[in-house]
Design a protein around this ligand. Structure first.
Ligand code: ADP
Length: 363
């Protein structure tokens, strides 16, 4: 049997405390060669702390960090073979672009830097700016140069901390695609930090969602979106309607009793027994306003409270019994007639569109 290749990066029970403050607790994860893993989470959830520990700029108070199969928990940053790209590009303002990129090579005692500099400038498609100063470049171009300067010495892992945070939306979207394409083409291993869920969904092979210094869930973007393990994950990624409920009947043909006077059909995991408290997650894009006479696995009667036009979609807010409001997303269409607020409506959704989370979530 062939042993699996060692992970590029392994964290084992890594933690960091500042006195009574726990910035990071019990972080365990593996980053495979060529993988793009994103640390995602709200501000203060421990993303930067984890990244800084991997970079060697912060020392952990617990656990082990392995890089390329070597125990590196306390190795100094320059012994880690790691590249970093930050939000504030950090290019040297008085050096030309070519000199900026040559800098890390010269630091490593390489005299003939020109061929490598040309190679990475070609990679980021900016060979024509080689002799300019950073200030003559746009924000997006500077960011590409920062990336080129990082790639030029072939680090084992590239860390990126909100690298697109300072860019406007359009440029950000374009840079996301560019970084993604570079990643695919060059097979580089990337640990990326963002608080932007769309960015994480669009770019990552896997997402590590953080909350209060802990890893809440790690998985592919689809795993986290379609199979959230907690209400926090469901709420953080995309939009969710979250209702409290209890299991009325367990099993594949299960029935739940939920807020809003609902009886909901769902295929339930075997461990969910009658009486068990649960949360129900319903994605707005999975709910539909039913036409009269139209049926669905699950239906709910309510009143249309409000409709917001968002260009490509309408977002309807439907009030059920007990002041429960559900958001419903519907693709817009020029010919679509939207009923006015106050209209009685029926909602429908498929049984497999009800995500059921046992409560309480954490021991
Ligand atoms: P994120 O990058 O997700 O915004 P951080 O890793 O920066 O989160 O911070 C996690 C938590 O640790 C926060 O509550 C923050 O206030 C705390 N923290 C980070 N650095 C320090 C420090 N040097 N001293 C005290 N607390 C810190």
């Amino acid at each position: 049997m062939v042993a699996p290749p060692p992970a590029k990066l392994s964290l084992r029970g890594v933690g960091k405390s500042y006195g009574a403050i726990t910035a990071l607790a019990d972080a365990t994860l593996d980053l495979a060669e060529g993988e793009f893993l994103t640390l995602l989470g709200p501000s203060g959830s421990g993303k930067s702390t984890l990244l800084m520990i991997v970079a060697g700029l912060t020392q952990p108070t617990a656990g082990e960090v392995w890089i390329d199969g070597r125990l590196s928990t306390y190795a100094p940053p320059n012994r880690r073979d790691i590249g970093m790209v930050f939000q504030n590009y950090a290019l040297f303002p008085h050096l030309t672009i070519a000199e900026n990129i040559a800098f890390p090579l010269r630091m490593r005692g390489i005299a003939d830097t020109a061929p490598e500099v040309r190679r990475v400038l070609d990679t980021v498609q900016l060979a024509h700016v080689a002799d300019r100063l950073p200030k003559a470049l746009s924000g997006g171009q500077q960011q590409r140069i920062a990336l080129a300067r990082c790639m030029v010495y072939h680090p084992s892992i590239i860390l990126m901390d909100e690298p697109l945070g300072a860019l406007d939306r359009q440029l950000r979207d374009r840079m996301q695609m560019e970084i993604k394409h570079l990643h695919r083409r060059l097979g580089i291993t990337v640990l990326y930090v963002t608080h932007d869920q769309e960015e994480a969904l669009a770019m990552s092979d896997r997402i590590c969602l953080m909350r209060d210094g802990r890893i809440e869930q790690i998985g592919t973007p689809q795993d986290l979106y379609f199979r959230p393990r907690t209400a926090f994950v469901a709420d953080f990624l995309g939009e969710s309607n979250i209702l409290a409920g209890t299991v009325a009947t367990g099993g594949q043909a299960g029935v739940l009793r939920a807020d809003g006077g609902l009886l909901v059909q769902a295929a339930l995991a075997p461990e969910l027994r009658a009486g068990q408290a649960v949360k129900l997650v319903l994605r707005p894009e999975n709910l539909r306003l039913l036409d009269p006479g139209q049926d669905a696995d699950n239906t709910a009667e309510g009143t249309l409270a409000e409709t917001v036009f968002g260009g490509g979609v309408y977002r309807h807010y439907v009030t059920l019994a007990g002041e429960v409001t559900l958001a419903v997303k519907q693709f817009s269409d020029r010919g679509l007639t939207v009923p006015p607020p106050g209209t009685p409506v029926r909602l429908g959704w498929r049984r497999d569109h009800t995500v059921v989370l046992p409560q309480p979530e954490r021991a």
